[in-house]
Every structure is written in C-alpha cells, then in structure tokens.
Design a protein. Structure first.
Length: 79
C-alpha cells in the first residue's frame, strides 16, 4: 500500500483525533500531513470536510468521521 495524505488544518480537534487514530493503527511513518490553508484549491475542496485521508496509490479518500474499522476497510487490511 502506498503513501497516505492527511488533509488537515491547524487548531482542528477532529484532525488531531484522526492523527491519533493513524498513530494507534501503526501508520505513523506512512502518511504525510498536508495543510489545506496553504493551497486555495485544497481549501476549496476540503475546508468543510477535514480531516480527509487520501491514498496516493489509487486516489481514494476517506472522509471524517472514521474509526479503526473504517480505516482498516479503506486500507484493505481488515481481516
């Protein structure tokens, strides 16, 4: 599975929760945080949806809210 992008903005408690979920899932070194406020196009796309997790390998996106089960399904790791 390829790299993940976490679209977020500072001072977003939901983004903090999503990042904690990624850490708990052992994905701490497999995602890159992307601050949407620095890019008008990303801000327009994701402003009301953050946090959003995106798979680089297939461009699929997982919108908040999500938990461990949804994350596992999204990554294809659910057994």
């Amino acid at each position: 599975m390829g790299q993940l992008l976490l679209y977020y903005t500072e001072h977003c408690h939901l983004c903090d929760e999503a990042e904690t979920l990624l850490q708990i899932a052992g994905l701490g070194d497999r995602y890159l945080k992307v601050e949407i406020e620095n890019d008008p196009g990303l801000l327009e796309l994701y402003e009301i949806h953050i946090p959003v997790l995106k798979r680089v390998d297939n461009n699929k996106e997982l919108f908040w809210p999500f938990g461990q089960r949804e994350l596992a399904l999204f990554l294809g790791t659910e057994t």
